[in-house]
Design a protein around this ligand. Structure first.
Ligand SMILES: Nc1ncnc2c1ncn2[C@@H]1O[C@H](COP(=O)(O)OP(=O)(O)OP(=O)(O)O)[C@@H](O)[C@H]1O
Ligand SMILES: CCCC(=O)O
Length: 368
């Protein structure tokens, strides 16, 4: 057998308080590190985008400190950000993408830095800069775009990178192709998104950033709209305060003052009835969303996948399973493996298994 050519990749996943980096030789991680950023230090930057020189410097210093020679890299892969809606896959970081990321075309998000950092590092080395499955991957079917009022179109903003990577991994474990299966993938982290994956396309999913679906450790999810409009005009809150209530200060944080499910489980073990009610409600809402997505797939569901940090919570997962097991087999894959997913997306392109897509000013929507 001809040995597989060795590709070395640097992968970069910027989060709100950290930058996770990895060096991969083919699929094998030879170095991984979570670089934590002090909140006082990040507070010096007015906007997230202003942090890129600082984060680039920190990445390069870390690699240098580890004795990793970046001139041996074949590509740099970053987590993609809030871009225009695009279909899933691996994309070249091009000028149009850079302009959208720098401008914050679809809003501010730490992952906007992923493409910029990849470009900044790769261009000095004359190697490709890529992003994989950004949060704006949009494969929604036309009926899923209709919200209920003509002024608002439903958007696809979800944990596309981890959802697709886990779906591919489970498909491989089942000896099948991702493109031959109907899956419901439930990512449960700081935000929660539940996607209906039909034959490799996410034809419906709750917008996990802007108020849809189950509430989560930090986010409100869907809330009663009449009362929300009344709150908006109550004169009690500025717009920024209300937005924070929905994203950041919502969900477990709003009810229990913590985004840490492990602490919530300790509260419950200590007899805290309110904590039990809220935790039960979060599991109930997740199960309800899975039920909704099963109807999107017409009941033809090969498996339900549960992933993300909350999937480590055995009791929490049990509560969800009790309500959805009748739909299909439930496969639990705790945590997320986004660095590996970025590396695999980059490798598919370097090996010619997939062609890198070009991002355009109109985005690249999948033909549904
Ligand atoms: N062993 C565990 N048992 C229960 N919950 C856990 C466990 N480990 C982590 N969690 C919970 O998982 C949540 C965080 O998940 P994760 O790390 O996937 O989120 P994130 O990466 O910050 O956000 P996102 O996935 O939305 O991008 C927290 O509420 C955390 O307390
Ligand atoms: C829902 C998109 C990813 C995130 O910010 O949680």
């Amino acid at each position: 057998m001809v040995p597989l050519k060795e590709h070395r990749l640097l992968v970069i996943n910027p989060g709100s308080t950290s930058t996770k980096i990895g060096i991969f030789d083919n699929e094998r991680a030879v170095f991984e590190k979570t670089i934590r950023h002090d909140s006082d230090c990040l507070a010096l930057f007015e906007q997230i985008i202003d942090q890129y020189t600082f984060r680039k410097q920190t990445i390069l210093e870390t690699l240098d400190h580890e004795g990793i020679n970046i001139s041996r890299l074949n590509a740099v892969v970053g987590r993609g950000g809030l871009l225009r809606p695009i279909e899933g896959g691996t994309y070249h970081v091009n000028e149009t993408m850079l302009a959208d990321l720098r401008e914050g075309y679809a809003g501010e998000h730490a992952s906007n830095l992923g493409g910029i950092l990849a470009f900044e590092i790769a261009s000095g080395l004359n190697i490709p800069a890529l992003i994989v499955d950004p949060v704006v991957v949009d494969e929604l079917q036309p009926v899923a775009r209709i919200s209920g009022i003509p002024d608002i179109e439903r958007k696809s903003i979800f944990h596309a990178l981890n959802q697709k990577a886990v779906a591919r991994r489970v498909a491989a474990q089942l000896g099948r192709s991702y493109h031959d299966l109907n899956l419901i993938v439930t990512h449960m982290g700081g935000g929660i998104t539940v996607g209906a994956h039909e034959l490799g396309k996410v034809i419906d999913v709750n917008n996990g950033l802007h108020g849809e679906g189950p509430f989560s450790p930090e986010r409100a999810g869907t809330v009663p709209i009449g009362e929300l409009v009344e709150l908006c005009f109550s004169g009690e809150y500025y717009a920024e305060e209300l937005l924070k209530k929905l994203v950041g200060q919502g969900g477990l944080v709003g009810y229990l003052g913590t985004n840490d499910a492990v602490k919530v489980e300790e509260m419950i073990a200590g007899g805290n009835e309110q904590a039990k009610l809220i935790y039960d409600a979060m599991a109930y809402q997740v199960a309800k969303e899975i039920g909704a997505q099963s109807t999107v797939l017409g009941g033809k569901v090969d498996a339900i996948i549960i992933t993300g940090g909350l999937a480590y919570g055995k009791e929490f997962v049990k509560k969800i399973m009790e309500r959805v097991e009748w739909i299909a087999d439930v496969i639990v894959q705790p945590g997320e493996n986004e660095l590996q997913a970025l590396a695999e997306g980059g490798l598919r392109v370097l090996r010619g298994e997939e062609q890198a897509k070009e991002y355009g000013a109109t985005g690249v929507l999948s033909p549904n």
